[in-house]
Design a binder for this molecule. Structure first.
Ligand code: ACO
Length: 278
């Protein structure tokens, strides 16, 4: 669990303002209480103060009073955020009435707080679906400069492979069938997550496939090879290789045999999965 402790320690020394829109949900409010007790983050809970404090009392949580609590129904900021939402989305056909309704949705309200510079991040998904969680962020916060494709990444804490047992895995759950450019961006962003979240100084990215260095021929393999080249173009200096099968990416003896000369094979600490559709 050294990675989790490391992440908590970095969070404490670089306190961020985190919005929790699903404030009454049990795991969420308990996590908020712990984050506040341990000084891990400044917490913004969305909802009625009365209801949130009653829930905290019911669960025996003593630190929720330290959170900032904002109720979209009564906050003096709601009008400002409603106007912001309307300005951001009017070219997409949003009417003032729709903005006035959507701003009351805690998931939208939280993203508007961030967009306005009043918070740094949001965590949700304990009650809402992935789509409900992602949509306001995609519409309001958008992507980092130079990136147009949002992707997810998982941190796997394992026994041996990866960086001291940590593997960062980029997936295509948000964009189920990425094209070459999108797959390249997913690789670059997953490497960035490896640096910023997992603390891996030198990501070594394996672009996975069912083929290693031409062992199989298929359009899907061609896409992985092209995305690998494109990722190098997007981030020169990034250590990345593909296409590689997982065993060639992770097991030194297999990597040396199937992809001799590769600086990634057998040493990967970041894996990027393609989809098996073109
Ligand atoms: N990267 C960046 N922007 C995106 C992406 C993406 N991958 N996908 C959609 N967008 C943007 C669009 O450009 C659009 O922006 P705009 O309105 O400013 O033009 C906005 O998001 C909404 O796009 P829509 O095409 O209208 O998409 P939709 O409303 O259907 O929602 C969403 C997009 C939420 C990503 C949807 O496709 C979805 O639910 N995908 C599946 C996600 C999912 O459930 N995955 C399983 C995850 S389970 C797990 O990971 C554990």
């Amino acid at each position: 669990m050294a990675l989790i402790e490391d992440i908590i320690s970095r969070a404490k020394s670089n306190r961020q303002r985190i919005v929790l829109p699903e404030s009454l949900e049990e795991r969420t409010i308990k996590a908020a209480d712990k984050a506040l007790a341990d000084g891990i983050a400044d917490i913004i809970l969305i909802g009625s103060r009365e209801e949130i404090m009653a829930r905290a009392r019911e669960l025996g949580l003593g630190n929720i009073g330290k959170a900032t609590i904002i109720d979209p129904a009564t906050s003096e900021k709601t009008e400002e955020y409603r106007n912001l939402l309307y300005e951001l989305r009017k070219n997409k056909g949003m009417t003032p009435e729709e903005a006035a309704k959507l701003v009351l949705n805690p998931l939208y309200f939280g993203c508007l707080i961030i967009k306005n510079g009043d918070a740094d991040g949001q965590i949700s998904g304990a009650l809402s679906t992935t789509g409900e969680t992602l949509r306001p962020a995609l519409q309001i916060i958008k992507c980092s400069p130079g990136i147009s494709c949002v992707s997810g990444a998982m941190l796997l804490i394992t026994k041996t492979p990866g960086e001291d047992g940590v593997l960062v895995v980029g997936d295509v759950a948000v964009t189920p069938v990425p094209d070459t450019e999108q797959l390249a961006q997913i690789a670059v962003c997953t490497a960035r997550t490896a640096r910023s979240v997992a603390g891996i100084q030198e990501p070594r990215v394996a672009m996975l496939s069912f083929s290693t260095k031409g062992s199989a021929k298929h359009e899907v393999v061609d896409k992985v090879v092209a995305a690998t080249a494109r990722a190098k173009g997007l981030e020169p200096g990034l250590k990345i290789d593909g296409e590689l099968q997982a065993d060639a990416a992770l097991v030194p003896s297999v990597g040396a045999k199937k992809a001799p000369g590769s600086e990634i094979a057998g040493k990967a600490n970041v894996l990027v999965f393609p989809n098996l559709e073109v």
